[in-house]
Design a protein around this ligand. Structure first.
Ligand code: NAP
Length: 311
């Protein structure tokens, strides 16, 4: 039987940089926020080995370590963290309702910080070999490819950064990118080009991932010449972008055509009292620092909204 709880001031959905920064600010506003972590406490940042562009850490900081520090700081001021996943929300009535597997929460305000998930290539073999050579997380799986050859698919910051990280383990890393220009930043591009373990296959796409028990080759096609080749490899790391985790809110909040929640500069969504921050509402920047900033702003606005409710 589902339990029903008291009315919370603010329930925060997600515990990445946005959710935990919102929790810190809401806790310091003495709102005793409840954070429902979802499946990835610490968010996508925990999947990154080292974060080099979060200010205050001149030598970089581990992604998982930064997540733990965010959580510790929020808890120090009274944030409550529940390892629970939201199944359903109802923003049509007040207090708002949030259902998890085991419980239903009532809340006067909501801060959505559900982040984003990795996109897949959708090619034959990708699903079959996930966990058997296909991976979306170099930090998690890189170690298994010690002394082996791997390919990295994508041309954004994630692909470049993770390709460099994988050279710690792999003997050779081949980046496969569909254009002749990378999307990722200039510094990462320089590091990639200067790394003797990395080679590039530009203008190329993966048509199929092949193997028997585990990955053995990738079938590539040059997008300009249409020539195909089968490249032997032990691993396929896929970093082709993300999509926002916002399916739960479809039909209840305004979103753009890619599913990013529409917010104004105060992180207000189309429903008064519901705020959104971080990658669930940011198609543009997607940085730890911008997500943290959006989280802080969302909590400040939630606090003002709750003050006004009392008047
Ligand atoms: P991204 O910037 O969206 O890049 C995705 C890459 O995958 C692009 O190069 C894209 O090609 C390629 N791609 C997309 N769909 C594909 C497909 N079906 N087949 C083959 N290639 C495909 O994603 P991201 O690299 O994950 O980065 C996401 C955000 O996080 C960005 O804003 C990025 O700046 C940020 N980020 C920052 C850092 C950092 O600051 N160190 C690290 C990681 C991520 P096209 O270029 O042709 O579109």
């Amino acid at each position: 039987m589902k339990e029903e709880s008291q009315i919370e001031s603010v329930v925060i959905l997600g515990a990445g940089p946005a959710g935990l920064s919102a929790a810190l600010y809401a806790a310091r506003a003495e709102l005793s926020p409840l954070v429902l972590t979802g499946m990835t406490p610490g968010g996508q940042a925990t999947l990154t080995h080292t974060i080099e562009n979060y200010p205050g850490y001149p030598e970089g900081v581990g992604g998982a370590e930064l997540g733990e520090l965010f959580q510790k700081q929020a808890e120090r001021f009274g944030a409550r963290i529940e390892f629970d996943t939201v199944m359903e929300v109802d923003f049509s009535q007040r207090p708002f309702r949030v259902k998890t597997y085991s419980k239903e929460y009532l809340a006067n305000s909501i801060i959505i910080a559900t982040g984003a998930s990795s996109l897949t290539l959708n090619v034959p073999g990708e699903k079959e070999f996930t966990g058997r050579g296909v991976s979306y997380c170099a930090t998690c799986d890189g170690w298994f490819f010690k002394g082996k050859d791997v390919v990295v698919v994508g041309g954004g910051d994630s692909a470049l950064e993770e390709a460099i990280f994988l050279t710690r383990y792999a003997s050779k890393v081949t980046i496969i990118h569909r254009r002749d220009q990378f999307r990722g930043g200039a510094l990462l591009q320089t590091r990639v080009r200067e790394n003797p373990k990395i080679s590039l296959k530009m203008d190329s796409v993966v048509k199929e991932i092949k193997g028997t028990d585990k990955v053995e080759t990738v079938l590539l096609e040059n997008v300009k010449t249409k020539e195909q080749e089968e490249l032997p490899t032990d691993g396929v790391f896929i970093f082709v972008g993300h999509s926002p985790n916002t399916k739960l809110f479809e039909g209840q909040l305004k979103m753009d055509d890619r599913g990013y929640i529409e917010v104004d500069m105060h992180m207000k969504t189309s429903v008064e009292g519901v705020f959104a921050c971080g990658e669930a509402a940011d198609a543009e920047y997607k940085q730890v620092i911008t997500s943290a900033g959006m989280g802080a702003a969302a909590a400040i606005q939630a606090s003002r909204y709750l003050e006004n409710l009392k008047k």
